[in-house]
Design a protein around this ligand. Structure first.
Ligand code: IMP
Length: 431
């Protein structure tokens, strides 16, 4: 029976969702993005060639897959067109298989300028954003003044609204942030061109995605960032500005909750975070450095070094609840290969003895102490293992312990960057 499956990150992003979506896309007819924008960076390695996708769904490398950018995604036309061009240079026929919702709010150059100016002015309180204008673009959506993709096709009206919006943005840039304004004439000229180039891609994605469901085809929804960066449920205010959890699918594509069959939660076998904000299991020692080096923990979008730490089962349990995760994927297991002892955070405690009550905001997470369990490492290579029977006993124990703590089965284990380096313990996700 066909299924509608959501793939989400369970932590602070960079869990390896791109690889899992690419893998599951083999059996899907459609892959749909529902939130975020070009702040995301999904790294895929196919036949040893690395591709980094920011806006285009990770299903694009499969010729049989239709890709959709749903209304919940904020779209920078220039980033989108650049990415299409890059993929086309690799011989991938993007335009025949990509559709963009007319209801996507546009990321304007002034949003990018505002994001960067705000971060620069915030000093110690900066969020550590990707500087892609994502926050200001979502603010304008909530304030009901966004220019949406479909608006570009009523150009005279869109032009007027862009001019008005720039007047407001430039006022803030010049008089509040005291930086240079953004040239509206240049933006108008660019956008007139972008509108023409994007015209064939702009569709009623809502109807098209439901069409796949009605024809009994598998549909995959691809999350960006991760649960702990969710604007409502993450480590607020150090979060992104969208609903990164499975609920975002419903509002970000118009696909109601009863149509969703499975939610696949992806986590690394350890934890990472880019940008500022609380990170209870962070390691600022040799082990942290080991994770960064062995795991090649540098941001796919900004190149920033990621902060690294132990797997945090308390935060992951929060992600299980908010997403209703039915199956987990554990990625980068091989990064743990050389560790003698492996820790898992299984509880939080306040120093004053008060119980942790599930408040995952910044203030609360700064005040807790992580409590760890220690497991024996396996001290041998698991890289590129594809058969669960070949995993060392201690590695299997680690996987089982994660399952016990989170009360969700681990259906997929990833043992390397390549598509092939994957152990599929449960092949029923799409059956
Ligand atoms: P923004 O999404 O650019 O506003 O950044 C807000 C926070 O989300 C920052 O901590 C970023 O580092 C983080 N973030 C945004 N996109 C990603 C991603 O794709 N992976 C990991 N972190 C991200």
């Amino acid at each position: 029976m066909a299924k509608n499956v959501v793939v989400v990150g369970m932590a602070w992003g960079d869990e390896g969702k791109g690889k899992i979506v690419d893998l599951l896309a083999e059996k899907a007819s459609a892959v749909v993005r529902f939130q975020g924008g070009h702040n995301a960076g999904h790294t895929l390695v196919v036949n040893n060639v690395k591709q980094i996708l920011h806006l285009i769904p990770s299903g694009i490398l499969h010729e049989h897959v239709q890709c959709y950018i749903g209304n919940g995604v904020v779209v920078s036309p220039s980033a989108l067109l650049d990415e299409i061009k890059q993929l086309e240079e690799h011989g991938i026929n993007v335009r025949a298989r990509l559709s963009v919702s007319h209801a996507c709010p546009i990321v304007l150059p002034s949003h990018i300028a505002l994001d960067q100016a705000r971060e620069a002015k915030s000093g110690d309180r900066k969020i550590g954003t990707t500087g892609r204008g994502i926050g200001p673009a979502y603010e304008d959506k909530a304030a009901r003044r966004s220019i949406r993709i479909g608006d570009l096709y009523q150009w005279d009206d869109a032009k007027e609204r862009i001019v008005d919006l720039f007047a407001y943005h430039n006022f803030l840039l010049q008089h509040y942030y005291e930086v240079e304004p953004v040239d509206v004439e240049e933006t108008l000229a660019d956008f007139a061109r972008f509108a023409v180039e994007m015209r064939p891609l702009v569709k009623d994605t809502l109807a098209a995605v439901h069409g796949h469901r009605e024809r009994g085809e598998n549909v995959l929804f691809e999350g960006a960032q991760g649960a702990m960066l969710d604007v409502d449920l993450g480590t607020f205010p150090y979060v992104t500005s969208s609903s990164t959890s499975a609920g975002g699918v419903c509002t970000g594509t118009g696909f109601g909750p009863r149509y969703i069959d499975e939610v696949v939660g992806v986590t690394k076998a350890y934890a990472t975070r880019v940008g500022e904000g609380a990170f209870p299991t962070e390691l600022q020692d040799e082990t942290g450095k080991y994770f960064a080096e062995k795991g090649n923990e540098f941001g796919a979008t900004t190149g920033r070094e990621r902060r690294c730490g132990w797997l945090d089962a308390v935060a992951l349990k929060h992600a299980v609840h908010m997403n209703s995760v039915s199956t987990m994927c554990l990625t980068k297991l091989d990064v743990l290969d050389s560790l003698e002892k492996i820790r898992i955070c299984s509880a939080y405690e306040f120093s004053n003895g008060q119980a942790f009550r599930g408040e995952f905001g910044e203030r609360s997470l700064r005040a807790i102490e992580p409590k760890y369990e220690e497991l024996d490492g396996w001290m041998e290579s698991t890289e590129d293992i594809v058969d669960v029977g070949e995993l060392p006993e201690e590695a299997i124990k680690f996987v089982h312990r994660v399952e016990d703590l989170l009360e969700v089965p681990v259906g997929i284990v990833s043992t390397g960057a390549n598509r092939a380096a994957t152990i599929v313990r449960d092949d029923t996700i799409f059956n």
